[in-house]
Design a protein around this ligand. Structure first.
Ligand code: ZN
Ligand code: ZN
Length: 419
């Protein structure tokens, strides 16, 4: 019997693991510098959480969610996104009691039953932040800055930040009416999905990928023209903050988030050169969500991005991430007696944090020195019967060829290697 990996998933093999570790560490550092703290939630939640937050009619819930029953018949789902679980935890653990402003970030796999294609998988790894507790437009800009400046720091320069305001429930209702009026005469020419959406969620028509529908989009009314005063003010303040932060942006009135709880600011960070799947980060304000899933009415904003697509972008830009460390030393051990006796010394070196390579299968000095050279280690530590008897080792610098005898003592060895 031979087993294959499930479709739409992939193994991160040892040769690539460092890239993932690098991105995780680097994102952690950036988010921490902005005052965000890590939160880790389970990979599955009760299915209703996502139905509530994403809307039962959404594609995510209808077609893409991995749903299952446990042995007691309870309905669970593998998380398709990170925001609802974080907000669930925020409400459940009363995080608002600790501070009126809660700054959280997360890293981890999400799951969607989607058609696999370049940069899109059924299990995908997301990074994101959530700011909960204020409607101050400064935080809209701060959240955007964390994503934009981090991607920039990784070396991606051809980024385009696109922002929009989707308004508040008041003004988006007016806008929805205007959209319905605009699209109604074209009803016979719209795709079946859009015909359905026109009554339930007209803003999604702007998002349709069917070519004939895209045609009608050009002259559709813009959300920008329908914002009420508070929403207009909020949006222009966000723009001012971005300008002050030297973060360039373009206004794209067609950014409509796929989920229903978004209000005011919506944004995407686009990397040109990835074809149709060019959005690296998507986010926005979701002032309605905390209350919708059982908390108080508390404003919030966040973003999420995927590592898979980010890695494609870094590859496209030929950006090398810092590769894993080579071994510090290679232990060369000659003589049957020594094999057993060097073990306490070897373990001591490794537990003190030294990366030590050792191969008990190779017996000749020559073969071991050859392996030492090809391992990339800076030093070879050579021990034979004579060294064992005098409790010494030969420390050989593999770059200069210089060799010295030192006591067989882990502290001494490490100090010598550092100097
Ligand atoms: Zn409004
Ligand atoms: Zn359509």
């Amino acid at each position: 019997m031979k087993y294959n990996i499930p479709r739409g998933t992939f193994d991160i093999l040892p040769e690539d693991s460092y890239k993932w570790q690098f991105l995780q560490d680097s994102f952690r550092k950036m988010a921490t510098c902005f005052g965000y703290e890590e939160i880790t939630t389970p990979i599955f939640e009760v299915a209703e959480l996502f139905e509530r937050s994403s809307g039962e009619s959404s594609d995510v819930v209808q077609k893409e969610m991995y749903r299952f029953q446990d042995k007691k018949g309870r309905e669970f789902a593998l998380r398709p996104e990170g925001t609802a679980p974080v907000v669930r935890s925020y409400v459940e653990n009363h995080l608002d009691k600790l501070s009126s402003r809660t700054k959280l970030f997360y890293l981890g796999p999400m799951f969607r039953y989607d058609r696999p294609q370049a940069g899109r998988y059924r299990q995908f790894y997301q990074y994101g932040i959530e700011f909960i507790g204020s409607n101050n437009p400064y935080y809209d800009a701060e959240v955007i800055a964390v994503a934009f400046l981090w991607l920039n720091k990784l070396g991606l320069n051809n980024l385009r930040l696109e922002i929009n305001s989707v308004g508040c429930p008041d003004c988006s209702a007016v806008y929805d009416k205007a959209l319905q009026e605009y699209y109604r005469p074209f009803l016979p020419k719209l795709c079946p999905d859009c015909v359905k959406r026109l009554e339930t969620n007209p803003r999604r028509l702007l998002d349709c990928k069917v070519p004939s529908c895209i045609e009608f989009r050009k002259n559709a009314p813009s959300q920008m023209d329908y914002l009420d005063e508070p929403c207009k003010k909020h949006f222009s303040a966000v723009c001012d903050y971005l300008q002050a932060m030297n973060i360039p942006y373009t206004i794209n009135p067609r950014i409509v988030r796929g989920l229903d709880y978004y209000t005011n600011t919506a944004f995407e960070i686009i990397y040109e050169g990835l074809g149709a799947q060019n959005s690296l980060v998507g986010g926005g304000r979701y002032n309605g969500l905390v209350e919708q899933i059982g908390g108080k009415s508390i404003p919030a904003i966040g973003f999420a991005g995927g590592f898979e697509r980010l890695l494609l972008a870094l590859e496209e830009e030929k950006i090398e991430l810092i590769p894993p460390s080579k071994p510090d030393a290679y232990l060369v051990c000659v003589g049957d007696n020594t094999r057993l006796q060097i073990l306490p010394y070897l373990n001591a070196l490794r537990t003190k944090g030294l990366i030590v390579d050792y191969d008990p299968d190779k017996s000749s000095l020559k073969a071991q020195l050859k392996s030492a050279a090809s391992s990339g280690a800076k030093y070879a530590i050579i021990i034979g019967e004579n060294e064992l008897a005098t409790k010494t080792v030969n420390l050989k610098n593999l770059q200069t060829g210089e060799q010295i005898a030192i006591p067989m003592d882990e502290e001494y060895t490490i100090n010598k290697m550092k100097n």
